[in-house]
Design a protein around this ligand. Structure first.
Ligand SMILES: Cc1ncc(COP(=O)(O)O)c(C=O)c1O
Length: 441
């Protein structure tokens, strides 16, 4: 049914839910699990949030803001790229913890979360109908983030089918990029941008320095923008943990794309970061883009006004990031907690012999329940997802929307609940899978 009061864009927004699991999540929030008060309640493991370290951060933020006086730049307008003091603190923080190479604060742009940064970047670099290539499976909302304002389209680049093919990490090759380039040209379109998420959402894999370098050289040779999204760059798993260590045969370490950017000095290379995941503060809405492209940064400052972050928030984060000893221990403790929770998931999946991709970072486990599908279709995947939610009270995200070829894959977010509640969710998942197997035999 049409909605004549809306524009065509509004009509599309009206009829396109942001995510397939949104309604179920809203419903789940009204019936949340609690060990004593609501033991039959739902445990949603579908929204990419990390709540494991918030209590540490809350105490520190409360103390820092109580001890400091709000600076005079907070109540007024400031640079549309982000407050200079904040950008300086962000550059130092990222240099120390993420990039390990120097960053020029003048080449940073700050917007309301990674979502805004992705939208602004696409708006400035792409024209309507241009194509962004993203290896599949990928963060589903890229489609809207790159498309809503700029009209850029998403091309899901399938590099594998079975999870076993990416156990060692993402399998993106130059041949894959060439194939995408040929197909996009054949469709009369322009391959404008390659987007990589590192560590990856949903697989948790890490691109090696060599892989990134090869992609960079290829993109530069072909005049294509390469953007690496390091929103999970500090959420790394300790692969030496006893429960999971046998999953890792190679020693791939995370290396920030900033190092390659520094070496290449190209207008085509850009880095995204946000504090939403590594610091578990998605509600503060702070994202960053780093680019050595002067024209890009100038344009960014001219169109970012509706996407800016409140100065008060920038100030609070600036205080936090400048507390270097605290932040160092925060990052280390957070990774330890992530690893402990991740190990809970993997212990169960190993026991059940459910295939998964060994993660090196991010907040996810990407797992394969295709053995339980009644047929190899998206509809069957959707039914299985709802069945798990309705009968076991565990809400995952189904593979639909991630752009991958295989059906029956699901994303599980492990640090969005306590380790105890995660254990309960995994026990329920185990019960569900065992019962299904029994019913089928
Ligand atoms: C890869 C990726 N990019 C961007 C976002 C959006 O982040 P933000 O909340 O900072 O807008 C997410 C959130 O899940 C994500 O996983």
């Amino acid at each position: 049914m049409g909605t004549p009061s809306l524009s065509n864009r509004g009509e599309l927004a009206f009829s396109t839910p942001l995510r397939v699991d949104y309604d179920a999540h809203s419903e789940a929030l009204g019936n949340l699990y609690h060990p004593q008060d609501n033991p039959q309640g739902v445990i949603p493991l579908n929204v990419a949030e990390n709540t494991l370290s918030w209590s540490d951060l809350r105490h520190r933020i409360s103390r820092l803001t109580a001890e400091a006086q709000i600076p005079d730049w907070v109540p007024g307008y400031t640079s549309m790229l982000g407050a200079p003091d904040f950008r300086a603190a962000a550059a130092s923080f990222l240099e120390k913890h993420l990039t390990t190479c120097t960053l020029d604060p003048d080449q940073l742009g700050v917007s309301a979360g990674a979502t805004s940064v992705i939208e602004m970047t696409s708006f400035i670099l792409a024209d309507s109908g241009d194509v962004a290539v993203i290896p599949a499976p990928c963060y589903p909302v890229y489609k809207q983030d790159i498309g809503n304002m700029s009209g850029m389209e998403r091309y899901d680049l399938i590099t594998h089918h079975e999870l076993s093919e990416i156990r060692g990490g993402p399998s993106l090759s130059i041949a894959d990029l060439e194939r995408a380039q040929t197909e996009i040209k054949r469709a009369g379109k322009r391959f404008r941008m390659l987007i990589l998420t590192n560590p990856d959402n949903p697989t948790g894999g890490i691109y090696s320095h060599q892989q990134l370098l090869k992609c960079t050289n290829w993109c530069i040779d072909h005049g294509i923008h390469l953007v690496v999204n390091e929103i999970y760059g500090l959420s790394l798993i300790n692969t030496k943990h006893s429960v999971i260590r046998e999953d890792y045969t190679e020693d791939t370490v995370f290396c920030s794309f900033a190092n390659i950017m520094q070496a290449k000095q190209s207008d085509l290379l850009h880095l995204w970061y946000a504090f939403s995941k590594d610091l578990g503060i998605s509600g503060l809405r702070v994202g960053l883009v780093y680019s050595q492209n002067e024209a890009f940064i100038r344009a960014y400052g001219n169109v970012n006004l509706s996407h800016t972050v409140s100065n008060y928030t920038q100030w609070v984060l600036q205080l936090l990031m400048s507390d270097t000893d605290f932040m160092s221990s925060y990052v280390a403790n957070n990774c330890e907690r992530l690893t402990e929770s991740y190990a809970v998931v993997i212990r169960h999946l190993k026991e059940l012999r459910i295939p998964y991709v060994p993660a090196r970072g991010s907040l996810f486990t990407w797992l394969d329940l295709s053995e339980l599908l009644v047929e190899d279709t998206s509809a069957a995947e959707h039914d299985l997802w709802l069945d798990l939610y309705r009968s076991a009270g565990v809400l995952l995200t189904p593979g639909e929307g991630f752009g991958h070829s295989k059906k029956g894959l699901f994303r599980l977010v492990y640090p969005c609940v306590s380790k105890h509640d995660l254990g309960t969710a995994m026990d329920r998942l185990s019960g569900f899978v065992l019962k299904k197997r029994q019913d089928e035999s």
